[in-house]
Design a protein around this ligand. Structure first.
Ligand SMILES: [Zn+2]
Length: 238
């Protein structure tokens, strides 16, 4: 069975460069509408602060059959936190997010930066799965178990999906079960914003069009669209 996991990191617009939330207001509803129309499920890693600020939008995530995961409380980097700060951040985020979804088991750290010795704090908070590692960065990790946590890497970086689909689709299909990630703000036109070129190129309609092409192309090839916890249940770990 071929499968893909679409994940969405739900946060402010391109943090820490901006503090606006156009992605939450304009991008996130577009993504949810697209997934509903295509009948597919995804995993949304949401920060505690965005869940507090946009409760109606976050309610839609579990209501429409998606997985709600945790993306930290404020999108602060865990590799820059002391142990106690990391613990408090996870606790605060968990408290807010569990108001929307009692079964909160998946986590992704902001900037895909999560110290290995902090995995025990995820365990303490009841998380089972972590997607804070990137298969496209050295040492190119694969899925594995560390302590009690199953770590499932992201396959390719989000800006890659804003290149022409003819470029990224063949590469995506080379991976047996890719995990892709996008952000709500990528589906809002960011071309005039003071952010890095790789963050703003082809944002807005172009990005949404690419995601539609990706979904329809993979559906035509009978891919299954699985949430992170669904695929973790299917994979075998040594
Ligand atoms: Zn993020």
């Amino acid at each position: 069975m071929k499968n893909i996991t679409i994940t969405i990191d739900v946060e402010e617009d391109c943090p820490p460069m901006l503090t606006s939330t156009r992605g939450m207001e304009e991008g996130l509803p577009k993504l949810l509408d697209l997934f509903k129309k295509e009948g597919i499920k995804a995993t949304f890693f949401v920060t505690g602060t965005m869940a507090k600020q946009y409760p109606n939008m976050i309610h839609r995530i579990p209501l429409e059959g998606h997985e709600l995961g945790c993306h930290g409380y404020t999108h602060a980097r865990f590799d820059r936190m002391k142990e106690e700060e990391a613990r408090i951040d996870l606790k605060q985020a968990g408290k807010v997010l569990r108001q929307f979804e009692k079964r909160l088991v998946s986590f992704r750290a902001p900037n895909l930066q999560f110290p290995r010795n902090y995995l025990q704090f995820l365990e303490e908070e009841g998380f089972l799965y972590d997607s804070s590692i990137a298969a496209y960065k050295p040492p190119f990790p694969r899925s594995r178990v560390e302590g009690k946590i199953i770590r499932i890497p992201a396959t390719i970086t989000s800006s890659f999906l804003r290149l022409p689909p003819a470029l990224f689709l063949p590469l995506l299909k080379r991976s047996k079960a890719p995990v892709i990630f996008v952000h709500p703000w990528e589906f809002v036109d960011m071309s005039d914003m003071p952010i890095r070129l790789d963050c703003k190129f082809n944002t807005g309609e172009k990005a949404l069009g690419n995601l539609k092409v990706l979904i329809r192309d993979l559906k035509a090839e009978n891919y299954h669209f699985l949430t992170l916890q669904e695929r973790a249940n299917l994979e075998k770990y040594k």
